[in-house]
Design a protein around this ligand. Structure first.
Ligand code: PLP
Length: 360
């Protein structure tokens, strides 16, 4: 594993070494079957054991109650931008809170299917902060309220979630699910693309309160129909079988280190290293406002664009890769998801200090 780099990519992103090693060891013959998990029927006994284990583990780790269903769906998180309004807009109205690029895209997609009311939009502060509850313009009669818990591109994150009363709260948790404990019962639906904290790209995990999956389905694409997915236990068609197996291995790893409380502790320690350094100097400019800072995506800029590029290139020579900011915003973004070890963050801070010292 000595030639592995510290990969700060926003997604697809790092997997823990322990997980990668297990995938490698299982590759040619999974538990004596003579085949890899990729080659197995999704209806086989061996595969179904993996599938059930994955669901049970996720329920245990997140404390998901009996009134919720876990679904493995196709099309990543973006597929859910469509699935959520298709299924949940029962009267055709929803509130969307825009705190970044992905929540904006979700709102734009939902507007194809009904009446979208923007409860808050942080565009005017370049998505550098999360609103307080009293800044939200929530409707009394919305079918649901949608937010994105962690703003992957700009680097802000909700610390506590708004109380929407009897109106279901829907959250895109693609980039911070499993990074900390959450109270699932506060949400009507949670979804996440798997490639940040849950494994590999292409799959979305959906946690849905069962009573919400009842909308008339005559014109709904069958693969985005929650009721059909619930009825068929995510196997109306072939699920992303290998992605589910990878998720199971990721969940085993999280349990082995002590679960989500320990995960959060580690994530806080990693983020503190970076933010404390950023606050101690004046060469780099952090993007997110202090009370809204993400534990997963740390965004900052050097004095100009060329220096941003030089920073990312020089860091890569040290094995600190994928630090360039998103093409929409530029700057530097260090994505420090669950799988990033604290050593990687320490090395990054050391490099930042050295680089700034040279430039000053
Ligand atoms: C990455 C990401 C998405 C998009 O995920 P895809 O799987 O590419 O569709 C959506 N929302 C958030 C918050 C993300 O971080």
């Amino acid at each position: 594993m000595n030639d592995r780099v510290y990969n700060f990519s926003a997604g697809p992103s790092m997997l823990a070494d322990e997980v990668i090693v297990k995938l490698r060891d299982d590759m040619l013959s999974y538990e004596g079957t003579g085949m890899s998990v990729m080659e197995m029927s999704h209806r086989s006994k061996v595969y179904l054991a993996i599938f059930e284990d994955c669901k049970a583990r996720l329920k245990r780790l997140l404390g998901i109650g009996e009134d919720y269903e876990v679904l493995f769906m196709h099309g990543g998180a973006t597929g859910q931008f469509s699935a959520v309004p298709l299924n949940l807009m029962k009267t055709g109205k929803a509130d969307y809170i825009i705190t970044g690029n992905f929540s904006k895209k979700a709102a734009e997609e939902a507007a194809k299917f009904g009446n979208v009311s923007i409860a808050y939009d942080s565009s005017e502060n370049n998505h550098s902060r999360i609103p307080s509850s009293d800044e939200l313009k929530l409707s009394a009669d919305a079918d649901y309220v949608h937010l994105c818990s962690n703003n992957t591109i700009f680097g802000t994150e909700w610390k506590t979630f708004p109380d929407t009363g009897s109106i279901p709260l829907v959250a895109d948790m693609s980039s911070d699910i499993l990074s900390r404990p959450v109270n699932v019962s506060d949400f009507g639906l949670i979804y996440a693309g798997a490639q940040k904290n849950m494994g590999i790209a292409g799959m979305a995990v959906v946690i849905i309160r069962k009573d919400l999956a009842v909308k008339d389905s005559s014109r709904m694409p069958v693969l985005y129909n929650y009721a059909v997915e619930i009825k068929n236990d995510s196997m109306y068609n072939t699920p992303s079988s290998y992605s589910i197996y990878v998720l199971d291995e990721v969940l085993k790893w999280i349990e082995s280190i002590g679960g989500l409380e320990e995960m959060e502790k580690r994530n806080r320690a990693k983020a503190a290293l970076l933010y404390d350094y950023l606050d101690s100097q004046n060469y780099y400019l952090p993007h997110a406002q202090k009370d809204s800072r993400s534990l997963m995506n740390v965004t900052f800029t050097t004095p100009d664009k060329d220096t941003d590029s030089e920073f990312a290139a020089r860091a890569a020579e040290r094995g600190l890769v994928n630090l360039k900011g998103h093409r929409l915003v530029g700057g530097i973004r260090a994505s420090i998801y669950n799988a990033m070890p604290i050593e990687g963050v320490r090395k990054l801070v050391d490099f930042m200090d050295e680089f700034a010292g040279e430039k000053r």
